[in-house]
Design a protein around this ligand. Structure first.
Ligand code: ZN
Length: 489
C-alpha cells in the first residue's frame, strides 16, 4: 500500500509516487495560524486537510512527525515588511500583554481544533521560542552572500539569489512578472529591490515584541520562522510541507529561498496546498461582513447563519470536496453536509446490527480496494465518500435477504468501514451522547413532575422514596426558588 500513494507535487506540477519518503519515518510541516484573533472558517480547512494526511500516513504505517507552528511574532500587517505588528496592535487594543493575547487566542484555536476532531501535531513550536535559531539562519544567509544589512535591518537579496537559483519556481511566477506587479520602491525604502524581503527588522520605538541580535534590537521577518523551525525539528531535508494556497506566494517561495540560501539545497521534497473556502461565492474578509469564527459557526450566532452547524458537519463539509478545489460555504451546502453525515452514521449503526449468514455474495476485498484507491489518488475524499455511500446499499440488501455476508467478511466489513469513517476521515458520531442526555433530561422532568404531584397531595412517603432512590443512582434533587432542579453527584 505504501508504494502507490500519490501526492500532488506542485513544484513539478505532476503526480509523483510517494516512494521517496523514508518508511517508516516521514516529516510533515504545516504553517499554523497567527494567533491574534478567534479561529475562523478559513482555519478549519487546512486543519482538516492536514489532519487527514497525518491520519492516513500514520494508518499506512509511517511514523509521522507532524510539526505545526504557532506564529506569535513578527507578522506585520498586510504580510508586508511595513506597518504594525498584528499581535502588538491587538494587544494594545485589548489591553493585554502580547503573550497574554497570544495565549488567549492559541487556547481558542486549540479548543476549536479539538472540536473538529483534529489530532494534535507531534510538535507545535512557537516563533517567539525560536529567535536564536532564526538569528543563526540569518547569519548563514548573510555569509552565503544572499542577504544584506541596512540600518540594523537585514533583507534577503532576491535578484542575487535568482542568478543561481530559481525564485518563483513554486508559484510559477517569474522575476520580471514580479517586477511589474510590485509597486516601485519609495525613496525611503531600505531595500535594494522591491521584491527583497525582510529577514530581520530593527524595532521602531513603539514596537513591543523585540529581541537583541547582532544587527539591532528587533524582530525576525515572518517567513523566517518556518525555515528555521522546520530545519530544527525535521532536518535539512524533509518530505512534506503544507499550508493554504494563499501561503504559496510569497510565504513558501520565500521559505524555499531562505532554506536554499542557508543550507545550499532545497529542504522540501513535496509541497501540498489546500484551496480556500469562499462564502456565497465571495472571498472571506472582515470588510465584507462574511467573516465567521468557528465559535459562532458552532453556536449559529451570526447574521449569515440560518442555524448552528456542528463541528462534524463542518468537517464532513470540508471532506466532501477535494482539498485542491475551492469550497463554497452556504447554508444549503452545510445543511446538505449535515444530512450526509447523519446518513453515514446511520449506516455505521446499521452495520453493527447486521447478521451474518452462510457464504458471502458480496466482494468485501473489492470494496476495500476501492476505499484505498480513492485515498491513494491524491487524497480523493469525495470519491471515498461516494464509495462509502455505495457500500451502504449492501447493508440494505443483506437486511432484505437479497445478499448474504459470511461472519468473517462481516467482521472485515465493519472494521474497514470504521477505519475509514472514524480513523482516517476522523468523523465521529455526535448524536450518540446527545441522545442519551436528552432522554435523561426528559425522564427527569417526568420524575420531578410526579414527585411534585405527590407532595401537593401530601404523599410524603412517595416523595421521599423518589428522592432516596434517585440518590442511589447518583442524582441529587434541589428545591430552589425557580422550582425543582437536579444534578449528578
Ligand atoms: Zn510558514
Amino acid at each position: 500500500m505504501q508504494n502507490n500513494f500519490y501526492i500532488y507535487n506542485s513544484l513539478t506540477r505532476t503526480r509523483e509516487l510517494f516512494e521517496p519518503l523514508h518508511p517508516p519515518f516521514t516529516g510533515l510541516y504545516v504553517c499554523g495560524p497567527t494567533v491574534y484573533s478567534d479561529a475562523h472558517l478559513g482555519h478549519a480547512r487546512p486543519a482538516v486537510t492536514f489532519d487527514l494526511l497525518f491520519r492516513y500516513l500514520s494508518h499506512l504505517g509511517y511514523k509521522v512527525r507532524y510539526v505545526r507552528n504557532i506564529t506569535d511574532v513578527g507578522h506585520l500587517e498586510d504580510d508586508s515588511d511595513d506597518g504594525e505588528d498584528k499581535i502588538g496592535k491587538k494587544a494594545r487594543l485589548e489591553h493585554l500583554e502580547p503573550m497574554e493575547l497570544v495565549q488567549k487566542y492559541m487556547n481558542n484555536f486549540l479548543k476549536n481544533m479539538e472540536q473538529l476532531n483534529t489530532l494534535p501535531p507531534s510538535i507545535e513550536p512557537r516563533a517567539s521560542g525560536h529567535i536564536i535559531e532564526q538569528v543563526e539562519m540569518i547569519k548563514k544567509i548573510i555569509s552565503a552572500g544572499y542577504a544584506y544589512e541596512v540600518n540594523g535591518s537585514v533583507y534577503f537579496d532576491v535578484p542575487k539569489y535568482n542568478e543561481k537559483f530559481n525564485y518563483g519556481k513554486l508559484s510559477g511566477r517569474v522575476l520580471e512578472e514580479l517586477q511589474q506587479n510590485t509597486r516601485s520602491l519609495e525613496g525611503s525604502s531600505e531595500k535594494r529591490s522591491p521584491w527583497d524581503f525582510a529577514l530581520w527588522k530593527k524595532a521602531t520605538p513603539g514596537h513591543i515584541m523585540k529581541w537583541p541580535a547582532p544587527w539591532s534590537t528587533g524582530f525576525p521577518g515572518w517567513h523566517l520562522e518556518c525555515s528555521a523551525m522546520s530545519t530544527k525539528y525535521l532536518g535539512e531535508v524533509f518530505d512534506i510541507h503544507g499550508g493554504g494556497i494563499d501561503l504559496q506566494f510569497p510565504h513558501h517561495e520565500c521559505e524555499i529561498a531562505q532554506s536554499t540560501a542557508a543550507l545550499g539545497k532545497e529542504s522540501v521534497r513535496y509541497w501540498i496546498h489546500n484551496n480556500l473556502i469562499t462564502i456565497n461565492g465571495q472571498k472571506m474578509a472582515r470588510s465584507l461582513g462574511n467573516f465567521i469564527t468557528l465559535d459562532r459557526l458552532f453556536s449559529g450566532d451570526h447574521p449569515l447563519l440560518q442555524q448552528a452547524y456542528s463541528p462534524m458537519t463542518i468537517r464532513f463539509f470540508i471532506l466532501q470536496a477535494h482539498y485542491r478545489s475551492t469550497v463554497d460555504f452556504s447554508n444549503e451546502a452545510l445543511s446538505a453536509a449535515g444530512k450526509g453525515l447523519r446518513r453515514l452514521m446511520k449506516a455505521v449503526a446499521g452495520l453493527g446490527n447486521l447478521k451474518a449468514s452462510g457464504d458471502s455474495t458480496l466482494d468485501v476485498a473489492a470494496i476495500r480496494k476501492g476505499f484505498y484507491e480513492a485515498m491513494n489518488d491524491d487524497l480523493n475524499t469525495p470519491l471515498l465518500l461516494s464509495r462509502l455511500f455505495d457500500s451502504i446499499k449492501y447493508i440494505n440488501s443483506i437486511n432484505e435477504g437479497t445478499d448474504r455476508i459470511s461472519s468473517s467478511d462481516l467482521e472485515t466489513f465493519r472494521s474497514l468501514f470504521g477505519t475509514f469513517v472514524f480513523g482516517i476521515l476522523g468523523l465521529k458520531d455526535e448524536t450518540a451522547g446527545r441522545d442519551d442526555e436528552k432522554l435523561t433530561s426528559d425522564l427527569m422532568k417526568i420524575i420531578i413532575d410526579l414527585r411534585q404531584d405527590a407532595r401537593s397531595k401530601k404523599e410524603w412517603e412517595v416523595s421521599d422514596h423518589i428522592r432516596e432512590e434517585l440518590k442511589k443512582s447518583g442524582i441529587i434533587l434541589n428545591d430552589t426558588k425557580e422550582g425543582m432542579t437536579w444534578n449528578r453527584e
